[in-house]
Design a protein around this ligand. Sequence first.
Ligand code: PEP
Length: 249
Amino acid sequence: MRSKIVAGNWKMNKNGTETEALLAELTAKLPNTSAEVMVAPTFVNLSQAVTATQDSKIEVIAQNMHDALSGAFTGEISGDMLKSIGIQTVILGHSERRAYFGETDAILAKKVASALEQNLRIVFCFGEELEDRKTGNHFAVVKSQLSNALFSLAPSAWKHIVLAYEPVWAIGTGETASPEQAQEMHAFIRTTITEAFDATIAQNVSILYGGSVKPGNAVEIFGKPDVDGGLIGGAALVADDFSAIISAI
Ligand code: PEP
Protein backbone atom coordinates (compact mmCIF):
# COMPACT_ATOMS: atom_id res chain seq x y z
CA MET A 1 0.00 0.00 0.00
CA ARG A 2 1.67 3.24 -1.07
CA SER A 3 1.58 6.46 0.94
CA LYS A 4 -0.39 9.52 -0.06
CA ILE A 5 1.86 12.56 0.30
CA VAL A 6 1.47 16.31 -0.03
CA ALA A 7 4.81 18.13 0.08
CA GLY A 8 5.38 21.88 -0.03
CA ASN A 9 8.57 23.21 -1.60
CA TRP A 10 9.11 26.69 -0.21
CA LYS A 11 12.17 27.31 -2.42
CA MET A 12 14.10 30.51 -1.49
CA ASN A 13 11.13 32.09 0.30
CA LYS A 14 10.40 33.02 3.92
CA ASN A 15 12.97 34.28 6.42
CA GLY A 16 13.12 32.85 9.95
CA THR A 17 10.25 34.92 11.36
CA GLU A 18 8.08 34.24 8.34
CA THR A 19 8.88 30.53 8.51
CA GLU A 20 7.66 30.34 12.11
CA ALA A 21 4.53 32.33 11.24
CA LEU A 22 3.63 30.16 8.24
CA LEU A 23 4.23 26.96 10.20
CA ALA A 24 2.07 28.21 13.07
CA GLU A 25 -0.74 29.10 10.69
CA LEU A 26 -0.41 25.83 8.82
CA THR A 27 -0.38 23.77 12.00
CA ALA A 28 -3.54 25.51 13.17
CA LYS A 29 -5.29 24.95 9.82
CA LEU A 30 -4.00 21.46 9.07
CA PRO A 31 -6.89 19.24 8.06
CA ASN A 32 -7.30 15.84 9.61
CA THR A 33 -5.70 13.53 7.05
CA SER A 34 -4.07 10.15 6.76
CA ALA A 35 -1.75 11.57 4.07
CA GLU A 36 1.84 12.45 4.92
CA VAL A 37 2.42 16.20 4.98
CA MET A 38 5.89 17.62 4.31
CA VAL A 39 7.29 21.13 3.99
CA ALA A 40 10.72 22.13 2.71
CA PRO A 41 11.94 25.51 4.03
CA THR A 42 15.39 26.87 3.15
CA PHE A 43 18.47 25.34 4.77
CA VAL A 44 18.98 28.12 7.32
CA ASN A 45 15.48 27.69 8.73
CA LEU A 46 15.38 23.90 8.85
CA SER A 47 16.45 23.49 12.45
CA GLN A 48 13.99 26.11 13.64
CA ALA A 49 11.23 24.48 11.55
CA VAL A 50 11.97 21.03 13.01
CA THR A 51 11.53 22.46 16.51
CA ALA A 52 8.39 24.37 15.54
CA THR A 53 6.69 21.26 14.13
CA GLN A 54 7.75 18.67 16.69
CA ASP A 55 4.21 18.24 18.04
CA SER A 56 2.51 18.28 14.64
CA LYS A 57 2.23 15.74 11.84
CA ILE A 58 4.17 18.03 9.49
CA GLU A 59 7.53 16.60 8.46
CA VAL A 60 10.21 19.18 7.69
CA ILE A 61 12.34 18.12 4.73
CA ALA A 62 15.32 19.61 2.87
CA GLN A 63 15.37 21.01 -0.67
CA ASN A 64 18.78 19.69 -1.66
CA MET A 65 22.10 18.28 -0.40
CA HIS A 66 25.65 17.70 -1.63
CA ASP A 67 26.80 14.17 -2.32
CA ALA A 68 29.96 14.39 -0.20
CA LEU A 69 29.81 13.76 3.53
CA SER A 70 32.07 16.70 4.34
CA GLY A 71 34.99 18.60 2.80
CA ALA A 72 36.02 21.69 0.85
CA PHE A 73 32.69 22.48 -0.80
CA THR A 74 32.01 26.07 0.24
CA GLY A 75 28.35 26.86 0.66
CA GLU A 76 27.19 23.24 0.52
CA ILE A 77 25.31 21.02 3.00
CA SER A 78 25.73 17.26 3.47
CA GLY A 79 23.22 14.54 4.19
CA ASP A 80 24.98 13.91 7.48
CA MET A 81 24.37 17.53 8.49
CA LEU A 82 20.70 17.20 7.60
CA LYS A 83 20.38 14.02 9.66
CA SER A 84 22.10 15.68 12.61
CA ILE A 85 19.30 18.26 12.88
CA GLY A 86 16.49 15.73 12.60
CA ILE A 87 15.80 15.80 8.85
CA GLN A 88 14.73 12.43 7.43
CA THR A 89 13.86 13.35 3.83
CA VAL A 90 15.51 15.37 1.06
CA ILE A 91 14.24 16.60 -2.32
CA LEU A 92 16.69 15.84 -5.14
CA GLY A 93 16.64 16.74 -8.82
CA HIS A 94 14.21 19.65 -8.74
CA SER A 95 14.06 21.22 -12.21
CA GLU A 96 15.36 24.53 -10.82
CA ARG A 97 18.45 22.72 -9.50
CA ARG A 98 18.88 21.07 -12.90
CA ALA A 99 18.35 24.31 -14.86
CA TYR A 100 20.11 26.93 -12.72
CA PHE A 101 22.74 24.90 -10.86
CA GLY A 102 23.82 22.44 -13.53
CA GLU A 103 22.62 19.29 -11.80
CA THR A 104 22.94 16.50 -14.33
CA ASP A 105 21.62 12.96 -14.10
CA ALA A 106 25.16 11.83 -13.20
CA ILE A 107 25.40 14.31 -10.31
CA LEU A 108 21.95 13.27 -9.15
CA ALA A 109 22.89 9.59 -9.20
CA LYS A 110 25.73 10.45 -6.78
CA LYS A 111 23.40 12.50 -4.56
CA VAL A 112 20.86 9.67 -4.49
CA ALA A 113 23.55 7.18 -3.46
CA SER A 114 24.82 9.50 -0.75
CA ALA A 115 21.33 10.23 0.62
CA LEU A 116 20.61 6.49 0.81
CA GLU A 117 23.90 5.92 2.64
CA GLN A 118 22.74 8.51 5.17
CA ASN A 119 19.44 6.66 5.48
CA LEU A 120 17.53 9.63 4.12
CA ARG A 121 14.29 9.25 2.23
CA ILE A 122 14.37 10.93 -1.19
CA VAL A 123 11.72 12.87 -3.07
CA PHE A 124 13.19 12.53 -6.56
CA CYS A 125 12.00 15.12 -9.10
CA PHE A 126 12.11 14.79 -12.87
CA GLY A 127 10.04 15.85 -15.86
CA GLU A 128 10.23 17.00 -19.44
CA GLU A 129 10.63 20.49 -20.94
CA LEU A 130 7.90 21.99 -23.11
CA GLU A 131 9.91 21.27 -26.27
CA ASP A 132 10.09 17.57 -25.35
CA ARG A 133 6.32 17.39 -25.03
CA LYS A 134 5.75 19.32 -28.25
CA THR A 135 8.00 16.92 -30.14
CA GLY A 136 6.48 13.86 -28.50
CA ASN A 137 9.74 13.10 -26.70
CA HIS A 138 8.37 13.37 -23.16
CA PHE A 139 8.18 9.64 -22.41
CA ALA A 140 11.74 9.05 -23.61
CA VAL A 141 13.07 12.00 -21.56
CA VAL A 142 11.36 10.84 -18.38
CA LYS A 143 12.54 7.27 -18.90
CA SER A 144 16.13 8.39 -19.32
CA GLN A 145 16.03 10.69 -16.27
CA LEU A 146 14.75 7.80 -14.15
CA SER A 147 17.08 5.27 -15.62
CA ASN A 148 20.23 7.43 -15.32
CA ALA A 149 19.68 8.33 -11.67
CA LEU A 150 17.73 5.42 -10.19
CA PHE A 151 17.89 2.23 -12.18
CA SER A 152 21.26 1.10 -10.83
CA LEU A 153 19.86 1.07 -7.31
CA ALA A 154 19.39 -2.13 -5.38
CA PRO A 155 15.70 -3.12 -5.34
CA SER A 156 15.68 -2.65 -1.54
CA ALA A 157 16.52 1.07 -1.98
CA TRP A 158 13.11 1.77 -3.49
CA LYS A 159 11.36 1.82 -0.14
CA HIS A 160 13.28 5.05 0.52
CA ILE A 161 12.24 6.70 -2.77
CA VAL A 162 9.25 8.91 -3.55
CA LEU A 163 8.95 10.09 -7.15
CA ALA A 164 7.73 13.55 -8.15
CA TYR A 165 6.83 13.94 -11.82
CA GLU A 166 7.05 17.66 -12.54
CA PRO A 167 6.72 18.71 -16.18
CA VAL A 168 8.99 21.78 -16.35
CA TRP A 169 6.46 23.71 -18.46
CA ALA A 170 3.94 23.47 -15.61
CA ILE A 171 6.18 24.67 -12.75
CA GLY A 172 5.35 28.14 -11.52
CA THR A 173 3.68 28.95 -14.83
CA GLY A 174 0.04 28.57 -13.85
CA GLU A 175 -0.20 25.97 -16.60
CA THR A 176 -1.02 22.50 -15.28
CA ALA A 177 -0.79 19.12 -16.92
CA SER A 178 -4.34 17.91 -17.34
CA PRO A 179 -5.33 15.14 -14.93
CA GLU A 180 -5.29 12.81 -17.96
CA GLN A 181 -1.75 13.87 -18.93
CA ALA A 182 -0.59 13.33 -15.33
CA GLN A 183 -2.26 9.91 -15.14
CA GLU A 184 -0.83 8.88 -18.51
CA MET A 185 2.72 9.74 -17.43
CA HIS A 186 2.37 8.22 -13.94
CA ALA A 187 1.11 4.96 -15.48
CA PHE A 188 4.04 5.05 -17.92
CA ILE A 189 6.45 5.53 -14.99
CA ARG A 190 5.03 2.46 -13.22
CA THR A 191 5.37 0.40 -16.40
CA THR A 192 8.96 1.58 -16.82
CA ILE A 193 9.81 0.63 -13.22
CA THR A 194 8.10 -2.74 -13.65
CA GLU A 195 10.30 -3.43 -16.68
CA ALA A 196 13.49 -2.32 -14.89
CA PHE A 197 12.69 -3.93 -11.51
CA ASP A 198 9.33 -5.55 -10.82
CA ALA A 199 5.63 -4.86 -10.41
CA THR A 200 5.79 -4.86 -6.60
CA ILE A 201 8.31 -2.01 -6.56
CA ALA A 202 6.34 -0.15 -9.24
CA GLN A 203 3.06 -0.49 -7.36
CA ASN A 204 4.53 0.47 -3.98
CA VAL A 205 6.38 3.64 -4.97
CA SER A 206 4.44 6.85 -4.37
CA ILE A 207 4.41 9.10 -7.43
CA LEU A 208 3.55 12.75 -6.78
CA TYR A 209 2.52 15.23 -9.45
CA GLY A 210 4.00 18.75 -9.35
CA GLY A 211 3.28 21.80 -11.47
CA SER A 212 0.84 24.57 -10.59
CA VAL A 213 -1.32 22.45 -8.29
CA LYS A 214 -3.88 24.75 -6.63
CA PRO A 215 -6.96 24.24 -4.47
CA GLY A 216 -9.07 24.52 -7.63
CA ASN A 217 -7.43 21.64 -9.54
CA ALA A 218 -6.11 19.37 -6.77
CA VAL A 219 -9.20 17.16 -6.38
CA GLU A 220 -9.24 16.24 -10.05
CA ILE A 221 -5.49 15.60 -10.27
CA PHE A 222 -5.33 13.60 -7.01
CA GLY A 223 -8.38 11.63 -8.15
CA LYS A 224 -6.35 9.82 -10.79
CA PRO A 225 -5.40 6.26 -9.77
CA ASP A 226 -1.64 6.56 -10.27
CA VAL A 227 -1.29 10.02 -8.70
CA ASP A 228 -0.41 9.61 -5.02
CA GLY A 229 -0.24 13.27 -4.07
CA GLY A 230 1.57 16.43 -5.01
CA LEU A 231 4.72 18.48 -4.74
CA ILE A 232 3.48 22.01 -4.36
CA GLY A 233 5.44 25.22 -4.95
CA GLY A 234 3.64 28.58 -4.96
CA ALA A 235 0.47 27.37 -3.26
CA ALA A 236 2.49 25.89 -0.37
CA LEU A 237 3.37 29.44 0.74
CA VAL A 238 -0.25 30.24 1.56
CA ALA A 239 -1.58 28.28 4.55
CA ASP A 240 -5.21 28.33 3.36
CA ASP A 241 -4.23 27.06 -0.10
CA PHE A 242 -1.86 24.38 1.17
CA SER A 243 -4.41 23.08 3.67
CA ALA A 244 -7.10 23.04 0.97
CA ILE A 245 -4.75 20.99 -1.22
CA ILE A 246 -4.11 18.61 1.68
CA SER A 247 -7.87 18.26 2.15
CA ALA A 248 -8.16 17.38 -1.54
CA ILE A 249 -6.19 14.21 -0.99
C1 PEP B 1 7.65 23.09 -7.73
O1 PEP B 1 8.46 23.99 -7.72
O2 PEP B 1 8.01 21.93 -7.43
C2 PEP B 1 6.30 23.38 -8.13
C3 PEP B 1 5.50 22.37 -8.41
O3 PEP B 1 5.94 24.71 -8.21
P1 PEP B 1 4.49 25.31 -8.52
O4 PEP B 1 3.49 24.52 -7.70
O5 PEP B 1 4.57 26.73 -8.11
O6 PEP B 1 4.26 25.11 -9.98
